[in-house]
Design a binder for this molecule. Structure first.
Ligand SMILES: Nc1ncnc2c1ncn2[C@@H]1O[C@H](COP(=O)(O)OP(=O)(O)OP(=O)(O)O)[C@@H](O)[C@H]1O
Length: 246
């Protein structure tokens, strides 16, 4: 690995978060490097969004340390659009609300996420998958070194989800950024991820998708059907994998 690809973007060391009388995050450590995709999976209420907020610096840890590379540029994609999607607004205008960017960059990024045809469309006319890609485009505007995505494929059909994860893999390859994402879509997310972290307040298990799928903790949380589909998927996609991780 070169020095550039080895660059540590984000590191959490024994991070805990206590909200009133509940411990929401219990001694979690993780690292995201340049060019690496780390996926957090876990049941509802496991603390996934809380962990992202700690990673982004939106919540202060009650214990432990969060380290971000100095001057790190982060692009954040929330679960869903914070404005009413029926509000009259074109895709181009939506991106311009995110602040000034270099000339032509909005058009370029819309093309990168496959929305070049929809640039002047009203956001109310976009499909669920197109709306998510627009949110992704906004997260890319600042040329992030780290992309943080909270359930990016929520509300999209299976075909759209597969497309979105392929797009994320392309973005990682072309831009070399690190990606930290939360997902429920076990089967699909494994196509792109390097490391999986299974969270249930604390880390139940972590590692490559193949190794995590074999652990007892994973089976307990998600059941043998999920494990089988993971194993089949990782086998099918072995030859597509980046050889660094293959
Ligand atoms: N500030 C807070 N104070 C008290 N409880 C909180 C606070 N924020 C979140 N919670 C609770 O902590 C738990 C974890 O929430 P979080 O949103 O991080 O889980 P999640 O894994 O992202 O869940 P989901 O998959 O349902 O989105 C939930 O039970 C939630 O209600």
């Amino acid at each position: 690995m070169t020095e550039a690809t080895d660059r540590l973007l984000l590191g959490l060391e024994d991070v805990s978060y206590q909200a009133k009388d509940r411990l929401l995050i219990d001694r979690v450590s993780l690292q995201v490097r340049r060019g690496e995709i780390l996926t957090i999976i876990g049941p509802n209420g496991a603390g996934k969004t809380t962990l992202l907020k700690l990673a982004l610096g939106l919540l202060p840890p009650s214990a432990g340390r969060v380290r971000r590379a100095p001057g790190l540029r982060v692009g954040y994609m929330p679960q869903r659009l914070a404005i009413d999607p029926s509000f009259p607004l074109t895709a181009r205008r939506f991106l311009s609300l995110a602040g000034p960017t270099a000339p032509g960059s909005r058009r370029k990024i819309l093309a990168e996420v496959g929305l070049q045809q929809q640039i002047d469309h009203q956001i109310s006319h976009l499909s669920g998958g197109e709306l998510q890609r627009l949110l992704l485009a906004r997260a890319l505007l600042r040329d992030p070194e780290l992309l943080v995505l909270d359930e990016p494929a929520q509300g999209i059909d299976v075909h759209g989800q597969a497309e979105l994860y392929r797009l994320l893999a392309d973005i990682r390859r072309q831009r070399g950024c690190g990606i930290l994402l939360v997902s429920h879509d076990l089967h699909l997310v494994m196509a792109a991820t390097d490391q999986v972290l299974c969270l249930n307040r604390h880390i139940c298990c972590s590692g490559s998708p193949e190794s995590v799928a074999r652990t007892g903790e994973f089976l307990e949380l998600f059941g043998p059907a999920a494990s089988r589909s993971l194993a089949i998927y990782s086998h099918e996609t072995d030859h597509h994998r980046d050889h660094r991780h293959g």
